[in-house]
Design a binder for this molecule. Sequence first.
Ligand code: MG
Length: 172
Amino acid sequence: MSEHVWEQFRIGHGYDLHRLESPPPEGMGRPMIVGGVLLDHPTGPVGHSDGDVLYHAITDALLGALALPDIGQHFPDDDQRYKGEDSSVFLKEAVLLAREDGWVVANLDTTVILEKPRLSPHKEVIRNNIAQLLNIAHSRVNVKGKTHEGVDAVGQGLAIEAHAVALLVRVL
Ligand code: MG
């Protein structure tokens, strides 16, 4: 283990946005899944995978902390293998890459921005889903929900966004 303190920690930020549309045939929206939870809503994310904006942001936070290529490079959206894929697969892969390189997530803070539906009734389930995928205590995972105050595309319900910040600590 290196004696340099900056070799013991890594921070990563992830951001994602998905357009929200009605399901086919009116639009291309998939069922709205956020943090592995299916939310009851008339529109949903457009995406090659299942469009889980939160899992995508967290995956990019981990890949970012590792200074690896982003989620779109690891899992290209023209690759038929990932069509409709459960996004926990991407997150698990990022956790595995971190682990193989000797890192675990010390803590993770996230924000989901969506106008509707309300995230608060689902936050604890989402936290637990993430903690399980990261294999850490749920007290080290935070999920915050915000609206966009009715302005811009997110505020008009046309898109959903997520941010994630992860601190990795070296264990090997
Ligand atoms: Mg995405």
